[in-house]
Ligand binder design. Structure first.
Ligand SMILES: Nc1ncnc2c1ncn2[C@@H]1O[C@H](COP(=O)(O)OP(=O)(O)OP(=O)(O)O)[C@@H](O)[C@H]1O
Ligand SMILES: [Mg+2]
Length: 169
């Protein structure tokens, strides 16, 4: 909850952060969990030129919650693919998994605090996506849940609206 509370304070100082560095750090942190779940955690494309003006601890929390979900909610061994994509002046941080996904009718609900599809899972508290969504709102980003092109699993897009690029397109 600490990160969530901090987003609600108005005196957050922003520094441009290299998003790819944060993502690589999170992938290292989550490698043991992926191994434990017998799942593949991989990178599709990490645009290194993307800088985001936001506190690093919030970006870390955001990326961690989304990637952790993709691994943790996998019911059998699966594949999680991460990318940072450039789209005109915006950038998208994307996590795609081939797990059970979230039905369309539940995609709004899971953004609520303590909401879980499977309340019998004692290892999770239902907070990660609500924190991610609150962080997104506080740093001018949008969280969008969709079905991947493959038709199976979940695609989570975090679209950062004001992005700085260290190199022009
Ligand atoms: N990638 C995913 N695939 C399938 N279901 C997911 C995925 N991400 C989230 N969910 C579903 O949405 C619910 C809410 O996710 P959220 O991250 O808010 O909480 P949590 O993962 O249950 O707990 P916490 O993040 O607090 O440890 C999860 O309990 C799970 O049912
Ligand atoms: Mg979670």
């Amino acid at each position: 909850m600490a990160a969530l509370e901090r987003t609600q304070q108005n005196h957050v100082v922003t520094h441009p952060c290299v998003l790819a560095d944060i993502v690589k750090q999170v992938l290292e942190e989550l490698a043991p969990l992926a191994q434990h779940k017998n799942s593949d955690l991989g990178i599709d494309n990490l645009d290194e030129t993307v800088l985001i003006s936001a506190p690093v601890y919030l970006l870390h929390e955001l990326v961690l919650n989304l990637v952790e979900n993709a691994i943790q909610h996998m019911t059998k061994s699966g594949v999680v693919t991460i990318s940072i994509l450039r789209e005109k002046n915006n950038c998208i941080f994307r996590v795609v998994d081939n797990g059970p996904g979230i039905p369309e009718s539940e995609r709004k609900n899971v953004l609520q605090r303590f909401y879980r599809l499977d309340a019998s899972q004692s290892t999770s508290s239902g907070l990660g996506l609500s924190i991610a969504n609150e962080i997104a709102l506080s740093i001018n980003a949008q969280l969008v849940l969709t079905t991947p092109l493959s038709g199976q699993g979940l695609q989570v897009d975090m679209r950062f609206i004001s992005t700085i690029f260290t190199r022009p397109l």
